[in-house]
Design a protein around this ligand. Structure first.
Ligand code: FES
Length: 149
């Protein structure tokens, strides 16, 4: 959807530059998301799962961190969603997997503004080309985060 607002997250004192760039984006009309239900949306090529619990809109990643199934194809109950792949359950507010504090979904801030639910997402960063990675490696820079595993 078209309306975007950017938020720059400034580096702490003594550090030059911007740490990350977040973007508020309109996801759906507030009226579309009723109490206790969830809806999936693709926003800037990101799968987002929106839910409304106790009147508040929440947003988490719609992709299961286990094997990538879409959580929106699962079943929600009591503030949790069950993945259709292998039945892992995630809290729709915290993104936490039940019974495993080391596994969680990405959680995105939300707000309701002018009849819309907006979601704050990290801006998509273009991947580096192989040439850029090789040149950075030749300069002795750490490229481990740029290399697919
Ligand atoms: S893919 Fe979700 S639990 Fe396996």
């Amino acid at each position: 959807m078209g309306n975007r607002r950017r938020t720059h997250v400034q580096a702490p004192a003594g550090v030059v530059g911007v740490i990350s760039l977040m973007t508020w984006q309109r996801a759906i009309f507030s009226s579309e998301l009723t109490e206790g239900n969830f809806l999936a949306r693709v926003i800037d090529a990101r799968q987002v799962l929106l839910s409304r619990i106790s009147g508040v809109a929440h947003a988490v990643s719609n992709v299961c961190p286990h094997n990538g199934f879409l959580l929106s194809e699962g079943v929600s109950r009591a503030g949790c969603i069950t993945c259709p792949g292998h039945f892992w359950r995630f809290d729709l507010i915290t993104g936490q997997k039940q019974g495993d504090s080391s596994t969680h979904l990405s959680v995105y801030p939300t707000l309701e503004n002018e009849g819309w639910i907006e979601v704050e997402l990290p801006e998509v960063v273009a991947a580096k080309s192989l040439r850029e990675i090789l040149l950075a490696s030749a300069r002795g820079e750490d490229v481990s985060k740029d290399v697919a595993r």
